[in-house]
Design a protein around this ligand. Sequence first.
Ligand code: ADP
Ligand code: ADP
Length: 222
Amino acid sequence: MIEIKDLEKNYGSTKAVKGINLSINSGEILGLLGPNGAGKSSTLRILTGYLKPSSGTIFVKGLDVRESELEIKKLIGYLPESAPLYSEMLVYDYLIYIANLRGLDSENIEPRLKELADLCGIRSVMHKSINSLSKGYKQRVGLAQAMMDDPEILVLDEPTTGLDPNQIVEIRNIIREIGKTKTVIFSTHILSEAEATCDRIVIINSGVVAADGTPAQLKQMM
Ligand code: ADP
Ligand code: ADP
């Protein structure tokens, strides 16, 4: 479903991504695991069309991400590491705003918001302002936002960074629920989190793929 080929990204003299090759299958929950600065964010931002590669290609369902920005944004829901949530707004109003931005038909918006509220466990906070929410709930609103127009692929950049252990479990459960019907790719620097959430883990270090396998396979290697 996703083919990353010889991907490189340089920022001036910093080589952030140094030749990543990776095939991602439909339906996988894939974790990109690696320390800060490994090149995970850069890779995810190129995949989602927000950043241009220095060289190499990414194809998503046969579409070159450099040439098909609008189609890619339909196919991929993306939650960046620091999602810009409009903090004074009520969750409900914010999600309506996002639904309109994504061009949902007005008669579909209410039913979609109900589905997302259930999926992401945010029913009880729909009429609270975003800035009154805990980090964990803000992240759930971010997930709802990313899932708004029912993308086939969900990409999450460090979705549990800064959350407490209970919140991490809640987000993991939502990701696993979404992963039953979608392809999910997320980055993390925490091994145990990748193990608990993913079908497959790709270890990224210094801009290259250092290992690739199921959590059980990687455990045997360590
Ligand atoms: P990760 O997500 O694994 O932490 P990143 O892709 O964010 O890795 O970063 C990889 C390297 O590229 C780091 O050294 C980082 O400082 C650098 N980098 C990322 N974005 C930029 C940028 N916009 N300008 C310059 N350097 C950057
Ligand atoms: P992440 O931890 O997800 O890799 P960062 O905190 O490294 O994100 O980066 C946040 C933002 O700052 C991004 O837009 C990235 O492009 C930019 N950035 C990261 N490192 C550098 C850097 N060394 N110089 C300039 N911009 C950077």
